[in-house]
Design a protein around this ligand. Sequence first.
Ligand code: NAP
Length: 280
Amino acid sequence: MAATIIDGKALATQVKAQVREEAANLARKPGLAVILVGDNPASRVYVTSKRKDCEECGFLSEEFALPATTTQQELLTLIDQLNHRADIDGILCQLPLPRGLNEREVLLAIDPAKDVDCFHPYNVGLLTIGEPRFQPCTPGGVMEMLKAYDINPAGKRCVVLGRSNIVGKPMALLLLHAHGTVTVCHSKTPNMAELAAEADILVSAVGKTGLVTADMVKEGAAVIDVAMNRNEAGKLCGDVCYAEAAEKASFITPVPGGVGPMTRAMLMRNTLTAARMHLG
Ligand code: NAP
């Protein structure tokens, strides 16, 4: 039986349309500030798409493109100014930062009430105790996809491949809060294939093309591929061997057109949430 393809692009369009409608009822436009330091081409692409998303949602969007020579103090000063601006609800500093800049200190400097990426330890703490005010964008997007396709993690075996602070760990927390029984695998997990093959919901967030083969997919599982890799031909692909996994799964996300667009849509929703908070 061929799997149902989870259409992240279509779902993201719906989420953004709803965000736009709700934002139109606010006393002012939600505002998102995006800081880009240096000239990483991938980061530039992400920043451009965030600007487009803001336009689509009717948000104010401001970009700060700083040279790679920017000092830590200059970056912290800009963040402080943005923290104090009443028209800016969300601040996002595009990672990775050029070498020499302290990422941790930068993330800590962002006002937690404007931390729409949900990276600040205060917001991570709220997420951990099950009271998040912002959804971490990528894992939050995955949860929206599961909901939209009636895939309920409650009572299910959920296996997350990858334990990064941005994807793997918050993904595991959200599945746990949704009453899944969660296993997290990483580079030191000896029996990852065996554990993955037990999953009703398998989320791969490693960044290795071809990592998830059909023998790691349980018959009827939902397979969510978070990864965004480039194969030898330079084509965007995930961790999952899509064609063979789709033969066994009941649901599967494509790459591109799966988790990526939902991550962007969740950022817009978080910015709307922040604007609501700031407007009281
Ligand atoms: P990351 O920080 O490099 O983390 C990768 C994780 O995978 C680590 O926990 C690592 O384990 C684990 N790992 C590495 N090799 C492994 C192996 N052979 N078996 C099992 N686990 C292994 O990456 P990330 O930022 O989480 O991103 C992961 C992927 O998602 C990347 O492809 C990235 O481009 C993509 N991504 C996509 C979106 C989106 O919107 N779709 C958003 C963010 C990221 P250790 O902890 O032991 O090192």
